[in-house]
Design a protein around this ligand. Structure first.
Ligand code: NAD
Ligand code: TDX
Length: 329
């Protein structure tokens, strides 16, 4: 299996999940941008996991690695909305051109391809909308990040239809768990508390995200690779809707702080209001169920992980906060 972007948050959790449950041999292809971390791949079996440092836009390297693989799972991306609002160009390069480069290689070698995407391609929902996103919701992305992810999804669909590429797509909701970069909401607030900074909530914090543990994302991706129908899209979600203020108050309380010990900061421009996933298709067709059903327990385990792994996040923390400070966030 060739796994792109596996030095990042979700890809590294996927490779750890896979290594613990299968005999598969994995090649990781990762550029080790600011978001890639060698420490996230520590402890994997050296005889079954090889790490290649390289860019998914490098067509010669991608061709060589795809030629050796039975399956390609494509996680690599520029993934942070706030960064995309300040410097969109790397999002176009990696998310669009990088995905195109992989698609051309799997087309040449007739290799099974699974594309990892996000619920953000569907835009956002009103807080009181009874509907949730399904596989037939029209695309309506809001940010440079989500529009480049939407673009990459559409490339996959076109390569399936025009060239017969054997691909599936999954669009997952917000992940949490170990090894997530401190720029993202949950790790930013946990590590702020650990370093004695006050957590930062954008606007009023009424925006809703649909949280899923990274291991549940991994189990769903594995099911789709095993039995998903070629050309199909599957939405992945675990019925975990919560607004940002509720999540922040849970973090503060779990860490022994007053629930209101945070600052409101400038809101994100174009901030999506609510994401919510209907994962009926995945559950009924492939029999998938999430294992983490209690958000507070999963969150407590995630807090414990950041407490125990300061060496992992500490080197990124000061620079990340300096960047946020410049933006008034
Ligand atoms: P991340 O930013 O933690 O990791 C991205 C990884 O990709 C990093 O290791 C980085 O070095 C690598 N990378 C970036 N550009 C590259 C390039 N040009 N060539 C090779 N490697 C490159 O991201 P994440 O949160 O783990 O997200 C992984 C995937 O899951 C993305 O495709 C994202 O869109 C998708 N996704 C994320 C979430 C979420 O909640 N984080 C939810 C749904 C879908
Ligand atoms: O300090 C913060 N304060 C705050 O209130 C940060 C960093 C975020 N927020 C809010 C913004 C969002 O409403 O928290 C929510 C979550 O923010 P992020 O962690 O930046 O995630 P989001 O923008 O929802 O996107 C994430 O989920 C979908 C991932 O980063 C994407 O890669 C994925 O596609």
């Amino acid at each position: 299996m060739l796994v792109t972007g596996a030095a990042g948050f979700i890809g590294s959790n996927f490779v750890h999940y896979l290594a613990a449950r299968t005999d598969d041999t994995v090649t990781v292809l990762d550029k080790f941008t600011y978001a890639g971390n060698e420490a996230s791949l520590a402890g994997l079996p050296a005889d079954r996991v090889r790490v290649v440092r390289g860019d998914i836009c490098d067509a010669a390297l991608v061709d060589e690695l795809v030629a050796e693989a039975d399956v390609v799972v494509h996680y690599a991306a520029e993934s942070h909305n706030d960064n995309s609002l300040h410097d969109p160009r790397p999002f176009l390069d990696t998310n669009i051109v990088g995905s195109y480069t992989l698609l051309e290689a799997v087309r040449r070698h007739d290799t099974r391809f699974h594309h990892i995407s996000t619920d953000e391609v569907y835009g956002d929902l009103e807080l009181d909308d009874p509907e949730r996103f399904t596989e037939s919701t029209p695309y309506n992305p809001s940010s440079p990040y989500s529009s480049t992810k939407a673009g990459s999804d559409l490339l996959v669909r076109a390569w399936v239809r025009s060239f017969g590429v054997r691909a599936t797509i999954s669009n997952c909701s917000n992940n949490y768990g170990p090894r997530q970069h401190v720029e993202k909401f949950i790790p930013r607030q946990i590590t702020n508390i650990l370093v004695g900074e006050r957590p930062k909530l954008y606007g009023e914090g009424l925006n809703v995200r649909d949280w899923i543990h990274a291991d549940d994302h991994s189990s769903a991706v594995l099911r789709i690779i095993e039995d998903g129908r070629i050309g199909e899209t599957y939405l992945i979600g675990a019925d975990g809707e919560k607004n940002n203020r509720e999540v922040l108050e849970l973090i503060l309380t779990a860490m022994g702080q007053p629930a209101d010990a945070y600052d409101h900061v400038i809101d994100r421009p174009g901030h999506d209001l609510r994401y919510a996933i209907d994962s009926t298709k995945l559950r009924e067709e492939l029999g998938w169920e999430p294992a983490y059903r209690d958000f507070e327990r999963g969150l407590a385990a995630t807090i414990d992980w950041y407490r125990a792994n300061e060496d992992w996040w500490r080197p990124q923390k000061a620079a990340t906060e300096a960047k946020y400070r410049e933006q008034g966030q």
